[in-house]
Design a protein around this ligand. Sequence first.
Ligand SMILES: Cc1cc2nc3c(=O)[nH]c(=O)nc-3n(C[C@H](O)[C@H](O)[C@H](O)COP(=O)(O)OP(=O)(O)OC[C@H]3O[C@@H](n4cnc5c(N)ncnc54)[C@H](O)[C@@H]3O)c2cc1C
Ligand code: SF4
Ligand code: SF4
Length: 430
Amino acid sequence: MNGSKRVLVIGGGIGGIQASLDLADGGVEVILVEREPSIGGRMIQTDRTFPTLDCSSCVLTPKMVEVSLHRRINLLSLSEVVEVIKEGGGFRVKIRKNPRYVDEEKCTSCGRCAQVCVLAGRIPKEFDEGMGRRGAIFLPFPQAVPQKYLIDPESCLKLKKGRCKKGPPCVDACEVGAINFDDKPRLLQYQVDAILIATGFDLFDPIGKPELGYGRYPEVITSLELERLMAPNGPTGGEIRLGDFHPRSFFFIQCVGSRDRTVGAPFCSRVCCMYTAKHAYIVKERVEGAVVYVSYIDVRAHGKGYEEFYRRLQDLGVYYLRGVPGEVYKDAKGLIVRVEDQFSAQVREVATDMVVLACGIRPRRGMEKFFSSLGIETDDYGFIKTDPMTPFKTNIPGVFACGVVTGPKDIPDSVASASCAALACVEYIS
Ligand SMILES: Cc1cc2nc3c(=O)[nH]c(=O)nc-3n(C[C@H](O)[C@H](O)[C@H](O)COP(=O)(O)OP(=O)(O)OC[C@H]3O[C@@H](n4cnc5c(N)ncnc54)[C@H](O)[C@@H]3O)c2cc1C
Ligand code: SF4
Ligand code: SF4
């Protein structure tokens, strides 16, 4: 492959990571643009992956490091594409690199600044879905790539011209002088031969189903929040508890905001049945004597080894209950889930310590403007439209897509779509 060929990859989740590595290994120069301070996407937030129960960080971190070390990949974190103009056979792209306020070249990631930050442990940590705490200067999570600290300008008391205005302790603590409060956004321009979109997904906000009690009862949490509670690098070090409260019984509700016309999402999110099965398994494994219920519409265990995994759960004594819960409320016994058991045609009220909502997949918010500026067609729900025979191609020549941005997928399918999209890109540019 001619080394001068260049592809812009937007989004550094497992899809964008795999596509970037395949392209770069194939001789293509890659500009990988990630909006967040680190690559990794949703997968790096999860504890383990179904059905093999591999540790997610152990699988993904080596790939993330490989991205940062690859000589043909230019990783731009905290960055967004602001303009794309079709030019000649390719595209001219403008990228805004947002300020980190810490010099990436100088920061050794020693962490001294974070220890002395006057706001240390006071700000909800995004990576832990708000359940952990960080300071105004922080590393997003221990395995972050790039392995560089950053300052959150919304909180930092120097940037807000507050208490740290005169003598910020973080600056005194940083021996290499990496902190730079005058950092500004930078506009970068590149000429690229093709574009690969891998911006992933958002999750349904369960506030949209008030009857399920999310936001009203602290013991009603989302599946992603449970992932953070289960993860060894999470706020509880992997212990499933909320503060000092150790739940012993769990009720998992599948299809929250999926296959549900009342919230405009008649489609299946394709991963919730299996990640709920994974959660039920891990709970059984870690919480002695745990009582576990799962409510479902039907169980879709379509992948390799998935049906066998689901069967194992039933052997472990997980109660699968067919029905859609109508209400979660609290009385003297704790949380109660009211659900019609469709097999016995009886309404049941199940008392439980914790309710976990398997929230459905949604297109990434805020991408509509970008897609329409490029003329990219989306489906009725906002996922990028693709042809069944070429599920990695958009309607615009030279613009490809992979991962969940084209529709719900699990990790193996996201990886497969990424490799296909990378190959299609190479074919197009050569
Ligand atoms: C609770 C939960 C548990 C799961 N467990 C499993 C499991 O055990 N096994 C399994 O196979 N699957 C699991 N999944 C599914 C898995 O998370 C997805 O298949 C996978 O994350 C898809 O990767 P992706 O790269 O397409 O998207 P994402 O992981 O969403 O990554 C997209 C990336 O793009 C970045 N981005 C977004 N917008 C922009 C922009 N405008 N500019 C630049 N960058 C941008 C994001 O910051 C992110 O880094 C789970 C999902 C959930 C919600
Ligand atoms: S200036 Fe103050 S608030 Fe800001 S990062 Fe440094 S110590 Fe924290
Ligand atoms: S003290 Fe300086 S070098 Fe160490 S992590 Fe903070 S910014 Fe980086």
